[in-house]
Design a protein. Structure first.
Length: 80
């Protein structure tokens, strides 16, 4: 079984200038996201690595722009 790539690591690599913007948008829009586990008793994130909440967090932290996030969401929705 092959381990899934890390979305956190991918976003970090992008932030360091290792990935072109267009490639990052296309890759994340096609990412194999996991369903996020929500626990009403836990306030902190669950530590999951491949959930869309990381993309939202990257936009909040300035790793990606709001325009990047909008384009990722648009392409993700277009994929179905």
């Amino acid at each position: 079984m092959t381990e899934k790539p890390s979305l956190r690591a991918y976003l970090s690599h992008y932030a360091q200038g290792g990935i072109p913007r267009e490639e990052m948008i296309a890759t994340i829009a096609a990412w194999d996201f996991e369903e996020e586990v929500h626990d009403e008793l836990v306030v902190e994130p669950t530590g999951q690595d491949n959930v869309f909440a990381l993309v939202n967090g990257a936009a909040l932290l300035g790793t990606i722009t709001d325009d990047d996030l909008d384009e990722i969401v648009r392409r993700k929705q277009a994929r179905g």
